[in-house]
Design a binder for this molecule. Structure first.
Ligand SMILES: CC(C)(COP(=O)(O)OP(=O)(O)OC[C@H]1O[C@@H](n2cnc3c(N)ncnc32)[C@H](O)[C@@H]1OP(=O)(O)O)[C@@H](O)C(=O)NCCC(=O)NCCS
Length: 187
């Protein structure tokens, strides 16, 4: 009986069209789901900040981290991340380096002491993909660090900084449209 009803329905062109549309949707649904997971939604994104907190990073946890970001887990307590920070994928955060102030010809580099310095990411700043943030650096509030930059010195607030070493290439305007006082922001 069921088969007969199906046959009759299929003989009506519009109904047949709807059935084929439905079948296409049903069959391609897993594919759509997969593409969504891979390209549009990053399921671990909201959990990574919790993992960073567990490692000892100073933060309220209201920041977002892309995939494959490395941070100095052994010195996580030297990293401070304020609210609204966005760290894009594959960045690297270093809080230690060898102290080369007394390094002389004939010395062994591997015997040099480690110098540990904090990293501070101020409210709402953004670190572009594959950037490296070196020890002792503060990235200012609302600053945008371009993809692939190497941040060796402090970045002033509300500017775009790019390159190796990262330097400000533009400053965002104030809410009223006036230019920022760069002398003040770079302090
Ligand atoms: C830095 C960035 C924000 C600049 O955006 P913008 O304000 O539109 O600035 P422009 O594209 O006008 O670029 C300004 C200058 O910086 C240069 N520039 C832009 N991005 C750069 C980068 N990543 N590295 C080096 N130079 C860069 C441009 O060539 C341009 O130079 P010019 O003035 O000599 O022509 C953007 O290019 C970027 O890198 N964003 C991060 C993207 C990212 O990591 N996304 C991850 C997914 S969330």
């Amino acid at each position: 009986m069921k088969a007969r009803i199906k046959k009759i329905l299929k003989s009506i062109p519009f109904v047949n069209y709807l059935i084929s549309k439905y079948n296409w949707y049903r069959d391609s649904r897993p594919y759509h789901w997969m593409t969504k997971q891979m390209h549009m939604v990053d399921p671990a994104q909201n959990d990574r900040s919790k993992y960073w907190l567990k490692c000892g990073v100073n933060s309220s946890g209201k920041f977002r981290v892309g995939y494959g970001v490395y941070f100095d887990a052994g010195n996580a307590n030297l990293i401070t991340i304020e609210d609204g920070v966005w760290i894009a994928s594959e960045c690297l955060f270093l809080c230690h380096r060898r102290d080369m102030s007394n390094y002389r010809v004939g010395d062994d580099y591997n015997n040099l002491h480690f110098k540990k310095e904090p990293i501070v990411l101020k409210r709402g700043c953004c670190i572009g993909m594959r950037s490296i943030v070196m020890p002792g650096v503060t990235v200012g509030e609302g600053a945008v660090v371009g993809a692939g930059s190497i941040v060796t010195k402090d970045i002033p607030p509300y500017c775009v900084a790019v390159g190796n070493p990262a330097k400000p290439v533009k400053y965002f305007k104030n809410a009223n449209g006036s230019e920022q006082d760069v002398a003040l922001t770079s302090k």
